[in-house]
Design a protein around this ligand. Structure first.
Ligand SMILES: [Zn+2]
Length: 62
């Protein structure tokens, strides 16, 4: 049972890049809180909480 089920695999998420000094963090698109991502981060930015919730929702629900 050491083969991960591809059905349940969570897609790799790009790591947040280093935030330059003085650069503001992007706001979470869901709740508006500050994220770990720089404002220049491409694509959707989620705060750790919403990111976790999205992971839960995308996880295999059996
Ligand atoms: Zn959020």
């Amino acid at each position: 049972m050491d083969t991960p089920d591809p059905y349940c695999a969570t897609p790799a998420r790009p790591e947040p890049g280093p935030v330059a000094a003085g650069e503001r963090f992007a706001d979470c698109v869901l709740c508006g809180k500050a994220t770990e991502y720089p404002a220049s981060h491409p694509g959707v930015t989620l705060c750790p909480v919403c990111e976790w919730q999205e992971d839960q929702r995308g996880a295999c629900s059996g």
